[in-house]
Ligand binder design. Structure first.
Ligand SMILES: Cc1cc2nc3c(=O)[nH]c(=O)nc-3n(C[C@H](O)[C@H](O)[C@H](O)COP(=O)(O)O)c2cc1C
Length: 176
């Protein structure tokens, strides 16, 4: 089972990317979770360059090959980062996310956990035809105190919540 993981943060020390790495390490042997890199290389979405861009084609192929997708995103100015929204816009007309099971996470050093970004992300993922339920998303507040300086998630309750999220996604994929 191949699952793609997309971080909404381009920061090299991103807590959201570290959350995705933690989930990848929690996956059973027969499940491979690969982090999609290079969101910053995608051009700004324009219908005028719909076909032919190498980075867009590679990105679409990676999503197409995945049985499900996990997102983890920070909140920027009460919304999702522009690079993540741009990447999702590239999948609207090509439809790689249509009917695909997803899991979505937001994480923030604030106690609100980036919940507005999560709501916004789920709205966009609804427009894209993805499959998810109430157990498919979590926002994680106070993230800096739940990880060690090297980025490892250390908080037991958070690790448990990430495991449950992954289990729910794998179940949805098996049913599809
Ligand atoms: C431009 C900018 C806007 C931000 N706006 C918010 C916000 O609206 N809500 C929030 O909870 N955190 C906000 N933050 C703080 C981020 O949650 C914080 O930088 C977080 O660690 C980013 O996640 P990352 O470590 O995965 O990059 C903002 C940060 C930046 C740089």
């Amino acid at each position: 089972m191949n699952i793609a993981a997309i971080s909404g943060s381009l920061k090299s020390t991103s807590s959201n990317t570290n959350i995705l790495k933690t989930i990848a390490a929690l996956a059973p042997e027969n499940v491979h979770i690969s982090i999609v890199n290079g969101l910053e290389k995608l051009p700004h979405f324009s219908p005028d360059i719909e076909a032919g861009d190498k980075f867009v084609n590679d990105f679409r192929k990676q999503i197409s090959k995945a049985a499900g997708v996990i997102f983890s995103t920070p909140e920027y100015a009460f919304g999702i980062p522009g690079s993540l929204k741009n990447a999702l816009d590239w999948l609207v007309s090509s439809g790689e996310l249509n009917e695909k099971p997803i899991a979505a996470i937001s994480a923030s050093p604030l106690y609100s956990g980036g919940d507005k970004a999560l709501a916004s992300l789920l709205l966009t993922l609804t427009a894209l035809g993805t499959r998810f339920d109430a157990q498919s998303s979590i926002s994680i507040g106070n993230i800096k105190n739940k990880m060690s300086p090297d980025g490892t998630i250390t908080d037991a309750a958070t690790i448990q919540a990430l495991q449950s999220l992954l289990n729910n996604l794998m179940e949805k994929i098996s049913q599809s």
